[in-house]
Write a protein that binds this ligand. Sequence first.
Ligand code: ZN
Length: 345
Amino acid sequence: MQVRLPFRRTRATLLTGALLLPLLATGAGCAATTPPTDRSAATPEHPALAPQAAPAPARPLHAAVGQAAAEEQSGTRLAAQRHTGELQAAEAARQAAEAARQAAEAARRALETARHWGLATAPLAAPAKPAERPELTPQPGVSVRSGLPLVYRVPTDRQVVFLTVDDGAVKDTEFSRMAQELGVPFTAFVSGYLARGGYDYFRALQEQGVRVNNHTVNHKDLRRLDEAHQRREICDQQDELEQELGTRPVLFRPPYGEFTDATLRAAASCGITAVAIWNEEAFPDRIEYRYADQRLHPGDIILTHFLGPAQWHGATMADMLRRVIRTATDQGFALARLDDYLGRD
Ligand SMILES: [Zn+2]
């Protein structure tokens, strides 16, 4: 028993090879496993066999198997890496093709929408809102009076202009739907006496991302009013807009673009942080420029009004918006959201 034991171990090892090795290594219950007491008893009587009695014979084989396994593993790993690389390249190509397909589809839809609204091309898409709003220190397009910046042109190098719509007399849902479908942003400056009774329209505008800002309660020429009266015109409209729309404006536009230092002090006293003026005015049939070169400039603010056929000889706000979009697109400008640059989110 003691003599045959190593042979049995060797034979068993050779015969079963790698299959058995894991079992031996783990010491699982097996007939070939030699109890340590047997091995120590065998050594003195059969020295030649003694080394074989130890687990040593398994080692070279184990090493060989291990090396083969390692090589196989290494080869498999390389193949797997190649395979993974190929898969990643194929996935990247698939994603690029999908992105191109989606972009083409979006462009097709944009063109379809533009044609639906009577435009030959889709408006240029505005870049993402700037990470930080421009600082409104004195510079071309911006002056500061009584602590409040007056913005005639937004400081930006981007090819963007801003559409602003004033007063609030005509509440044209075709216009708001057109702007929304075309993805064209605008900002409203509303007078209370015109908006009252129709704030639902402005609430809907706000829901589509349009900020409704302050244009006084009664649309008076503020230069003719004393400071206390001006404060009522401006600050009461702040309260009214906050009450009706849930948001207190930070942008103000004086009626007719006319103001005094008292106007600016009054506006600053009730939450206004900037006064937005303009450099172009849009009508359904034309754009009026304040520049000699009769062109748009980066950061320009365009004024128009909530008006309709009665004031525009039968033309509508949709006609006015078409005029603005065509003009901006022809000159390489996108319409951007004024509030992203001057106001609040
Ligand atoms: Zn006005």
